[in-house]
Design a binder for this molecule. Structure first.
Ligand SMILES: O=C1O[C@H](COP(=O)(O)O)[C@@H](O)[C@H](O)[C@H]1O
Length: 240
């Protein structure tokens, strides 16, 4: 069952990052106190960098045991393992290593798989083995074109319903080769959190919330089973 989206607007992107990091830590602590091991999925992109920095800062004062959080990725750039383009490298450097996260499942790099399709198949197998079947919190940035994860407008991967991960070639945003969760997998989340800052994304936000066609604005095709929250800064919300 999908949910009606809720919109939360913050004055600046840094206020947004602080609020999201605080909300995530509260959510993780609640799940752990209930005796479950939370499964979350991280996003790459610019807003993620700010949120990850805030997670590093705020985690010390929280009750979250990061060694008991399972960490996934919504998408990844299919490049060398030490490339600065890797979402996992950015997340590790910004906070995962510092907070003591150990159950991290990076998507394959060029050192792990022959091509993007093999990498996607390998990630699907990892999800089957270590995943709970649904994500507690799915965090998604969006591009100015409305893409989420590495699902781009007009791309055939948007129509894949029988896989949880797909390979992408010819991405309009570099680097060209990527691996992404599918809409089917993203929609298997209890909570979906869109994280969006900047006026360049205001038209895509307005279109997604206005019920655009998923082939034009992929973000329009994702919602959480229990909750969908759009965390926006004032500029990203300017066309609502
Ligand atoms: O390439 C990507 O782009 C999107 C959005 O990134 P941003 O820099 O425009 O905020 C991101 O959600 C995705 O994970 C990433 O691989």
């Amino acid at each position: 069952m999908s949910t009606e989206p809720r919109v939360e607007v913050h004055e600046t992107s840094s206020a947004l990052a602080t609020a999201v990091a605080g909300e995530l830590l509260t959510r993780l602590a609640d799940i752990q106190s209930a005796g479950r091991v939370p499964q979350i999925s991280l996003t790459g992109g610019t807003i993620a960098e700010d949120i990850h920095r805030e997670l590093a800062r705020l985690s010390a004062a929280s009750e979250v045991d990061w060694s008991k959080v399972v960490v996934w990725f919504g998408d990844e750039r299919f490049v060398a393992p030490d490339s600065p383009d890797r979402n996992v490298g950015q997340a590790r450097a910004a906070f995962l290593d510092a907070v003591g996260a150990t159950q991290i499942h990076p998507m394959p790099s060029t050192a792990d798989a022959a091509d993007v399709d093999a990498g996607a198949a390998a990630y699907a197998a990892t999800l089957r083995e270590h995943g709970s079947g649904e994500f507690d919190v799915m965090m998604l940035g969006i591009g100015p074109d409305g893409h989420i994860a590495s699902l781009f407008p007009g791309f055939p991967q948007l129509d894949v319903t029988d896989e949880v991960a797909v390979g992408v070639t010819g991405s309009p945003k570099p680097p060209p080769e990527r691996i992404s969760l599918t809409l089917a997998a993203l929609n298997r989340s209890r909570s979906v959190w869109f994280l969006v800052a900047g006026s360049g994304k205001a038209p895509a936000v307005a279109s997604a919330l206005g019920g655009a066609d998923v082939h034009e604005i992929p973000a329009a095709g994702v919602s959480g089973r229990e909750e969908t929250i759009w965390f926006l800064d004032r500029e990203a919300a300017s066309q609502l």
